[in-house]
Ligand binder design. Structure first.
Ligand SMILES: *Cc1c(COP(=O)(O)O)cnc(C)c1O
Length: 329
């Protein structure tokens, strides 16, 4: 399995290629889920796939793509460099480029998620929350759902440090972000698509921005309720739905949040398990200097007695008279 919806768009586009194009093979650049979607589609369609990934891609990620039968080329320090190289190779070798979001066939493939939601509906639906990267998933879902159920709101969700769609909708044109947060790597996109943006302008009702802590809290909720582990981008919509329902005081309405992916990097899990409490309770890290004397921690604990201390880290300085102590309260 590919553990995300990306297979839908990639397969839809690739299934429409001519036999000659399939014989020549396909190429894409991706550091993650799109690579798996293209590799799996190529395997099913019996065509050759070249996947260009940045040299910084963790080994487990590129190995899993290689296992699906694709040829992995590690090139460039960033996604942008990998993409430029993929486009170059595609011209030189006559391969067909499969973009991650910005193509009508990709958008339509991702839109099948909307079709499935509408088919499973058993009563009125207030809103569908959709994670947004380049906008392929939300454009496809919105275009379909607004045609058949125009009363259902389509709300995008972005991390507050990767908010290209929110800014672009606000300014009425595609805005290029200079820096983006990479925690939710599936949606870390600097500029939304040429094809996806006008569809979002027409059909998307709004965008909710959420913090990294809120995403971690939603990963935890999903784990506790269903024993499923979502990757950060996969839990984004859930975090957005929760924030939205709380903000508008919604009660008794039905909403859908799309859990879009489960390709959790195992090393990221540790960070995720530490942050959800920050997302829910006021928790803070307090760096302080404590004298190296007996009873100084007790004194500190008494000073902050209204708060619980959840973690205590002692960094011992052998030269100075004091020790730096981190109290998490
Ligand atoms: C790609 C991806 C998204 C965002 O999809 P776009 O079509 O780029 O907006 C969301 N979640 C996951 C898990 C993804 O892999």
């Amino acid at each position: 399995a590919a553990f995300s919806f990306k297979l839908r768009g990639a397969y839809n586009m690739m299934a429409k290629l001519s036999q000659e194009q399939l014989n020549n093979g396909v190429i894409c650049s991706s550091a993650g889920n799109h690579a798996q979607g293209v590799a799996l589609s190529a395997q099913r369609l019996g065509c050759h796939a070249v996947i260009v990934m940045p040299v910084t891609t963790p080994e487990n990620k590129w190995r899993s793509v290689e296992k699906l039968g694709a040829t992995v080329v590690l090139k460039g320090d960033s996604y942008d460099e990998a993409q430029s190289y993929a486009k170059l190779l595609c011209e030189e070798e006559g391969l067909t480029f499969i973009p991650p979001f910005d193509h009508p066939d990709i958008i339509a493939g991702q839109g099948t998620v909307g079709m499935e939601i509408v088919r499973q509906l058993q009563g009125p639906l207030h809103a569908i929350f959709v994670p947004v990267g380049g906008g392929g998933l939300i454009a496809g879902i919105a275009a379909y759902v607004k045609r058949v159920c125009p009363e259902v709101k389509i709300i995008g969700v972005e991390p507050s440090d990767a908010n290209a769609m929110a800014l672009s909708l606000f300014h009425g044109q595609r805005v290029m972000l200079e820096h983006i947060g990479g925690f939710a790597d599936g949606v870390a996109v600097k500029v939304v698509g040429k094809e996806t943006f006008p569809l979002c302008q027409d059909f998307v009702d709004g965008i909710v921005l959420v913090s990294q802590d809120a995403i971690c809290a939603s990963i935890k909720d999903m784990f506790e309720e269903n024993r499923n582990i979502l990757e950060p981008s996969g839990a984004l919509a859930l975090a957005g739905a929760e924030a939205y329902c709380k903000y508008y005081g919604l009660k008794g309405e039905t909403v859908v949040a799309i859990s879009s992916g489960a390709n959790m990097n195992f090393d990221t899990l540790r960070l995720v398990t530490e942050l959800p409490d920050v997302g829910r309770k006021p928790e803070a890290v307090l760096p302080t200097f404590s004298p190296k004397e007996q009873g100084s921690f007790k004194e500190f604990a008494e000073l902050v007695s209204r708060m619980n201390i959840t973690e205590f880290k002692h960094i011992y300085d052998s030269h100075g008279k004091e020790a730096l102590v981190l109290h998490r309260t």
